[in-house]
Design a protein around this ligand. Structure first.
Ligand code: ZN
Length: 180
């Protein structure tokens, strides 16, 4: 995985870029949660479940279907998220899906079970440009951890920041002047 902090880059960029009128504060928090929730599957290691198992790390919680389920849940609670169902679905779906896609771009570990439950296969993208992050914090604080941080700044935070600025500028440019 990229470090768990970097997974929030996607909902942060899209949410801030689109602005509070489109993405409510509660919805952006739901997006943050959806973007990191898949990695709570590391509890599987403690439960003795194998990495390669569909219940293991990068298993079903990293699938396309899991992102759809989180999106549907968000749509169901849309009024509590101060938004419309379609906006809640799209934002939370994209936030959760981005987690698996970023993991698929890392250069280590097993791939993700993107097509679960239709396939147990583990998948990577054809290009693995993100330095994989160690699962333990102590190893992340080692010199090798610096390479991970550098890689994530370049391949996650820089594109996310660019996306945020682009959405922000687009929003400013298309805003209709108020008639007096
Ligand atoms: Zn992950």
């Amino acid at each position: 995985m990229p470090t768990i902090v970097s997974h929030v880059a996607v909902p942060l960029a899209v949410g801030v870029g689109l602005g509070r009128n489109v993405i409510s504060r509660r919805l952006i928090v739901a997006g943050f949660i959806a973007s990191i929730l898949p990695d709570f599957d590391v509890v599987a290691f403690r439960l003795g479940i194998a990495y390669s198992d569909q219940l293991g790390h990068r298993g079903f919680t990293h699938s396309f279907l899991f992102a759809v389920i989180l999106g549907v849940l968000a749509a169901f609670f849309a009024s509590r998220l101060n938004t419309r169902a379609i906006v809640a679905f799209m934002f939370v779906f994209v936030s959760a899906l981005s987690h698996g896609l970023l993991d698929m771009a890392t250069n280590g570990g097993l791939g993700i079970a993107f097509l679960w439950p239709f396939s147990d296969g583990r998948y990577f993208l054809p290009w693995q440009f993100i330095q994989v992050s160690p699962l333990s914090l102590s190893r992340l604080l080692s010199p090798a951890g610096l390479a991970v941080v550098k890689s994530e700044l370049l391949w996650i935070w820089l594109p996310a920041f660019t996306l945020m600025i682009t959405l922000f500028l687009f929003r400013i440019l298309v805003r209709r002047p108020k008639s007096s």
